[in-house]
Design a protein around this ligand. Structure first.
Ligand SMILES: Cc1ncc(COP(=O)(O)O)c(C=O)c1O
Length: 509
């Protein structure tokens, strides 16, 4: 029977218990499934469920795209036929990719003691382009056939996916176009160009860039690679999960940031297979919570997101396949949203204790623990994935300042002192006496209510934390009549930062 099928120019593919037979011509597609030698079922059933991970079946989704029509239709992410990636695909990806991406370490964090748990940090920022996104991209590129490799690939992204695509396609000699909104930062555009991709600026938003990228792919016969939903991307990201269980075999919980959902799905598939009792926590922020909303409403809803410190998680609508996989159950045990201010504080603590710079999206695991959102993890073995290190230097410095302010370590106040010789010097020496470091000090003479022999000093200083800040407040109150502290410092009993985030509830002093 197989011979007769082959003679008719059809391709044959045997997978598990199913024998799949399909044929193609330029204009038409005839497909079918023979199950245990029986007659054929419909095309779509096997095209979507079985042929994806087989070499021979790759083109069927492209053919299907022509059938379904529409430039915005992505055959790999079809809402009518979502795909759940299996552990075998993740394992195969891990073997396939060996040596092509960094096998990142997962050491015990210095923060463990402070946070009352054995906290391990999977250091994905050590990938060449600075994020885990390389895993999914490399796996997807390795699964392209010769024709697809010659025609090339398209992505729409301004972030880590774009960089990973640019680098790995160049490495493999695959033409790659990355479409970005016209408003994209020059640094991001030039990074992709430096890695070797052709960058195309189109539209004002990522949604517009994506639409253009998909129509370009359609027109040129290139493959559009969705960075958070393509099943090969999901399988590639999952390889990090295999490594986590290898390095921390008795892991109790894994904390995973969620944007479109590829990382959480891939890693959960691997971890739940290898260590079924390990818990998976999906993390978003108060601004980036598309997956949480989608799961709650049982529908992939569109979330409007303005600027977020965790910009890698700023996905308006989660993936078709990732949403489906999570809704099937058994992958993610709990999802939490953390305030952005805690993300800034987490970045600061990671810099200070680990000497590591991570981007906001990568810090959400530590942020959630610090914010006291995961009290049940006390005393447990926990892995958090430091997913990327691509943070702008200006954003980093702002995050560090916000973090310090939120912890009462950066204090701003105004105080009126005498403008006679020695008045300012006296203020400085009073601050020096209690070990407070002045970062900035500006005298204001024109717009002050006090007499003309007074000057208002606007002071920004650094302290060791809330207790030290309280000492500073007491010193100023004792020696001066007119002073104003920023709201958070005045309200010292509540120990709130400007972001209204409380002190870390589960951190030891
Ligand atoms: C640094 C970082 N962490 C986490 C994520 C979220 O990954 P996913 O979209 O697969 O959920 C991203 C996505 O781009 C990212 O760049």
């Amino acid at each position: 029977m197989l011979d007769s099928v082959k003679k008719r120019g059809m391709k044959v593919n045997v997978r598990k218990t199913k024998l799949m037979v399909f044929a193609r011509s330029e204009s038409t597609t005839e497909c079918g499934i023979l199950i245990e030698g029986q007659k054929v079922e419909k095309v779509k059933d096997f095209v979507y469920q079985d042929s994806l991970f087989t070499n021979d079946g790759k083109h069927d989704r492209d053919i299907e795209r022509r059938h379904k029509g529409g430039a915005e239709y992505d055959p790999y992410c079809d809402p009518d036929n979502p795909i759940k990636v299996e552990y075998e695909e993740v394992l195969a990806a891990s073997r396939r990719m060996a040596g092509a991406v960094v096998r990142t370490p997962c050491p015990l964090s210095h923060l463990s003691e402070k946070l009352n748990m054995d906290l391990y940090m999977k250091q994905e920022f050590l990938q060449y382009t600075g994020s885990f996104k390389e895993r999914g991209v490399r796996n997807t590129m390795l699964l392209l056939d010769d024709l697809q490799r010659r025609k090339g690939v398209v992505a729409a992204s301004t972030g880590n996916h774009a960089q990973a695509m640019s680098y790995h396609t160049t490495d493999m000699g695959i033409p790659c176009a990355v479409v970005m909104p016209e408003t994209s930062p020059i640094t991001k555009i030039s990074k992709c160009e430096r890695y070797g991709a052709k960058t195309i600026l189109h539209g004002q938003t990522l949604a517009e860039a994506k639409r253009f990228a998909m129509s370009l792919a359609n027109e040129k016969g290139m493959i559009y690679v969705n960075g958070y939903d393509h099943p090969h991307v999901v399988a590639g990201q999952g390889t990090a999960g295999i490594e986590i269980v290898q390095d921390v075999p008795d892991v109790d919980a894994v904390l995973i940031p969620i944007g479109g959902g590829s990382l959480v799905c891939g890693v959960a598939i691997a971890v739940k297979h290898l260590k079924p009792d390990a818990e998976i926590y999906g993390l978003g922020t108060e601004k980036c919570h598309s997956m949480m909303d989608a799961v709650k409403q049982k529908e992939r809803i569109f979330l409007t997101i303005d600027c977020s410190l965790a910009d890698g998680l700023a996905v308006n609508k989660v993936g078709v396949n990732t949403f489906f996989s999570i809704m099937c159950g058994g992958l993610v045990d709990k999802m939490v949203q953390v305030k952005e201010e805690w993300v800034a504080r987490a970045i600061m603590h990671i810099v200070e204790s680990e000497r590591i710079v991570v981007e906001g999206s990568a810090a959400v695991g530590v942020a959630a623990i610090m914010a006291g959102l995961l009290p049940n993890l006390k005393g447990k073995k926990v892995v958090t994935i430091l997913t990327g290190g691509n943070i702008d230097t200006t954003i980093l410095s702002r995050a560090l300042e916000r973090g310090m302010a939120a912890e009462g370590r950066l204090v701003k106040f105004k105080v009126t002192v005498t403008d006679r010789p020695g008045g300012m010097a006296e203020l400085c020496s009073r601050l020096a006496d209690i070990g407070v470091c002045i970062k900035d000090c500006i005298p204001e003479r024109a717009w002050v209510k006090a007499d003309v022999f007074s000057v208002q000093m606007k002071v920004l200083c650094e302290t060791k934390g809330w207790d030290h800040t309280n000492k500073l407040v007491d010193t100023i109150k004792r020696h001066y009549k007119e002073y104003t502290f920023t709201e958070n410092i005045q309200d010292k009993s509540s120990k709130r930062g400007p972001c209204l985030a409380r002190n870390p509830v589960c951190m030891r002093k």
